[in-house]
Every structure is written in C-alpha cells, then in structure tokens.
Write a protein that binds this ligand. Structure first.
Ligand code: ADP
Length: 487
C-alpha cells in the first residue's frame, strides 16, 4: 500500500532529534495488521537518544518561547495546511500500519489536523488577568507562561490525533516537545513530523523518538526522571498511566493523563430507538471498537429491550469486515493477536455465563488472523468480564434494566469515568441522568461526541486534565502572580 503514496518522501523511518533524522543503533519492524506483512523498519531509539532529544528541546526553548503568540500561530497554521494537503498520504500510512478503514483514517487526519488549527488560533489568546489591588500602592496581575519541555507518549489507536492533541497546545503555548509515538504506528507520526519541519517548526522544538516496546519503557524512565521535562502528557492504558505517575513522583512532574474507559450506553423506554441503534453502532464499532470512548456496555430498559436488541443486531449484521483499503469496509483488523484474544475471552466468558449470541461471536479467520466478527450478545449480567473490563474490540454486550436509578448505579459502578452515552426524549431525565453520570463526557442522543473545540477527558481513574478546547491549553502554561508595589 505504501508504494501508492503521492509523495513518497513522507515515508520516514528515522527518528527526529534537533532537526536531524537519526537512524539509531538498531531498527524494529512495523507490520500491516491486516496480513502481518512488514511495511518498514524504523529507528529503534533508546535512553541516550532520549537524553539528546530532551537537551535539544531545552536548548530550543528560549527562542521558541520568545516568539509572539501570533508568530507561533502562523507556523502552526502552516502545519495544519500541510497535514490537510497530505490527507490522502497520511490516511494511507495510517490504514497500512493501524488497519482502520481508509475513509476513517482520512477522517482521523482531518480530526488530528483540526487540533493544530484550533491551537494555532488559541496561541493568540493566552490571556492573563489584572486583579483589584488590596492596597492602593500596589498593582496585581496574573500572566501565563509556557511550562517548558513537554513529553508526549501516545497510543496506536489514533496515530495522528493523539499526537496533535498534545503537541499543538504545547507548541502554541511556547513549549518544545519530545514525542514517543506508539511502537505499532510510528509511520504516521514520523510523516507528521516531516510536515512540521516543512511548516517551519525550528530544529529542537519538535523531536520524535521512535522505539520498540522495550526501548519505550526505557525512554519513559528517562523522561520521568528528567528535571528538564516539566510535563508529561500520556494517552494509553490506566496501568501504564499509573507507572508513569509513580515514576514521576521524584520530580513532581505535571501530568495530563487520558487513560482507559468502560463506557456505558443507556437506552431508556422513551428513547427514539432507531436513532439509538445508529448511535450504538457508531459508538461501538468505530475503529473496530478500539477507542477509549467506544461503548463497552449497553444497558437497555425492559420496555424497549427486545425491540432495541433486534434492530441493533440487524444493523450489526450489515457491517463489512476486511482490509481497510477495500471499498465499503467498515471494520478492519484488530491491532495485534493479543487484542483478538481479549475479545474472544470476553465473548466466551459472556456465553458461559448465560449470554445469548445474536450476531458474530467468532474470529474471522477467513479474512485474516487478526479479524473478529462484529458481535452482539444479549442478556449480559454484572458478573461477566465485559461488565468490569474494557474489551477494546467489536463486542457489544447488552444488559436489561428496570429503573432509571438502577441504570445510573450500574453505569457508575466502575473505576473508570471517561465517556458515557444515553438516549431519552424526556427533558427532566436528560438533566437528571446527565448530571448523575460520573463521566467526563456524556453523549445524549448521540454516539459520537469528540471534536477539537470541546474538552475531552475523564474522571476517576480515566485520567487527569482535558484535551482540546480552550481548557486544553491549561496544562501547558504556568500561572504566575505578579504583585507590583511602590506605585
Ligand atoms: P495500549 O493499551 O493503548 O496499547 P499502552 O498504555 O500499553 O497502551 O501504550 C501506550 C503508549 O505507552 C505506547 O507509546 C507505549 O510504547 C507506551 N508505553 C507502554 N509502557 C510504557 C512504560 N512503562 N513507560 C513509558 N511508555 C510506555
């Protein structure tokens, strides 16, 4: 698939430190999840390279922060334009290494680029405040300053957007960045870095450390231990989030964490069922179920349960599974074997505990090793693994409930609190349930809710901080109080 790039020079396989492409002392393979074929070998950078990238970022910081917001904005805007001008190639790299359908990949390029556009605009609005004095001889003000060198550690499920959502506000605020992209999807990240250089982001301001999984752990340790790195933004599993937080305790680092979810999707008796079915399908099967805001648990009220389950199953039967480059495919492969194993484990456990399979239920070996049928299992119960753990795959368990309070309690009965969804046409219920759900994001009569100008993030063990929107800049600035006397 990579032979078809319009601009073959976007296929970058080296890391980027201080404006130089770095080969590294070893290399690692990047493979196509749809068939296991090798796509490229990529620089496997390690702890020494991490030290060099951090030092380069720190050296580049004074000049970058000295630019005006508008000057940084112009460069970011150029980066946005280049990302969009190369949407097709970036989408192609993404489908090849990540597996998501090509149309969805191009959609992610637009979504990822939109954070660069948004924060290019916000770069001009890092406003401070003046405060009334407590003594007429003084004047009081608050200014915002860039925190310093920022590190971004990102996952494979959104190979571009998870980078831009962190890097764009950092750059806009005047911070240099060191990026450690996911080992499974570095090609999209490296192409985006090449476009950043073409946009005029100066050497050292954006560094990217490609690495395999062992070196990612080693690089993580260097980043956490560094006094120079002031902030870490991480998206990935709660487990790794905890490790990074613990490792950062000695340096009291600022952290933005976007971790796991266990999203509930509640359908009340008064819902528009056809709309709920559409929302359920979009929320569950996007990216083959591999997003942290994908629904993990469906709760349907008894009065509409049979109707919802029947219509939802019929909709899911229409899904086409295959290689993401094939026309009309809406579900590609899962990212790796272990991901397929987890889905299979959750489905088997649900069946063993009395779940009723309505669609799917098996691996799709006829298509490839890493494919799983879009699956719906009715009559799910709270003792099933899928009730507690994030499946991160194309499996929809459906639970039945009686009362509103029962649904709220079940939805909140998890240590996670990222996205949640519910369908209702009753205005009182919309407010009640919207306020009662312990989640950072609540979709009401919608199955998809993310966009660049809204705050994305979670409560409880789903993380810290918010990305996107004007709030998304907060983690990248220090608030400084100036008290001026002798007026
Ligand atoms: P996922 O569950 O999405 O695979 P992970 O949390 O395992 O997510 O990984 C997300 C990112 O975190 C990847 O870039 C990965 O290389 C990195 N990572 C995994 N473990 C560590 C670690 N111990 N220290 C630093 N980075 C890590």
């Amino acid at each position: 698939p990579l032979a078809l790039l319009n601009d073959p020079t976007l296929l970058k396989t080296d890391g980027l430190i201080n404006g130089q492409w770095v080969k590294g002392s070893s290399r690692f393979d990047v493979n196509d999840p749809s068939n296991g074929a090798k796509l490229a070998d990529v620089a496997n950078l390690g702890p020494k390279d991490a030290e060099a990238a951090i030092a380069a970022a720190n050296a580049a910081w004074p000049a970058w922060r000295a630019k005006t917001g508008k000057e940084r904005s112009i460069i970011l805007r150029k980066w946005f334009d280049l990302l969009m001008a190369n949407q097709e190639d970036l989408g192609r790299l993404m489908t090849a290494e990540q597996g998501k359908p090509f149309a969805e990949a191009k959609g992610e390029v637009a979504y990822g680029a939109s954070f660069v556009e948004w924060f290019a605009e916000e770069a001009k609005r890092v406003n401070g405040e003046t405060l009334p004095q407590f003594d007429n001889n003084r004047r009081l003000m608050v200014i915002k300053q860039p925190v310093g060198v920022c590190a971004a550690i990102t996952p494979w499920n959104f190979p571009l957007a998870m980078i831009t959502r962190k890097v764009a506000p950092a750059l806009a605020a005047g911070c240099p960045v060191v990026i450690k992209p996911a080992e499974l999807t570095p090609l999209t990240a490296l192409a985006a870095a090449e476009l950043a250089i073409r946009a005029g982001i100066p050497a050292g301001v954006l560094n990217i450390l490609s690495a395999d999984s062992a070196n990612s752990i080693a690089i993580g340790k260097v980043i956490c231990a560094s006094d120079v790195v002031r902030h870490i933004s991480f998206t990935g599993s709660t487990e790794v989030g905890r490790i990074l937080m613990a490792q950062s305790a000695p340096t009291i680092k600022k952290m933005s964490l976007e971790l796991g979810g266990n999203a509930p999707f509640i359908v009340f008796d008064d819902a528009d069922i056809d709309s709920a079915v559409e929302g359920a399908f979009a929320s569950k099967y996007r990216n083959a179920g591999q997003t942290c805001v994908c629904t993990n648990r469906f709760y349907v009220q008894e009065g509409v349960y049979d109707q919802f389950v029947e219509k939802f199953a019929a909709k899911v039967k229409t899904a086409k599974v295959g290689n993401g480059f094939e026309d009309g495919v809406n579900q590609g492969p899962l990212i790796e074997d272990a991901a397929v194993d987890k889905v299979e484990r959750h489905v088997k456990d649900a069946i063993a505990k009395g779940g009723r399979v309505l669609v799917g239920g098996h691996r799709l070996t006829s298509v490839g090793k890493q494919f799983f049928e879009p699956t719906v299992v009715a009559d799910a119960t709270a003792d099933m693994q899928c009730a507690k753990e994030e499946t991160f795959g194309p499996f929809a368990p459906v639970f039945k409930f009686k009362t509103e309070q029962e649904a709220i309690d079940a939805a909140n009965n998890t240590e996670f609190g990222l996205a949640s969804y519910f369908y209702s046409r009753d205005i009182g219920r919309i407010y009640r349930v919207g306020e009662a759900l312990e989640y950072g994001m609540v979709g009401i009569n919608v199955g998809i809710l993310a966009t660049e100008h809204v705050p994305f993030g979670g409560m409880k063990q789903s993380g810290l901080g918010r990305e996107g929107s004007h709030f998304g800049m907060d983690d990248y600035v220090e608030i400084k109080y100036l008290c001026i006397g002798d007026i």
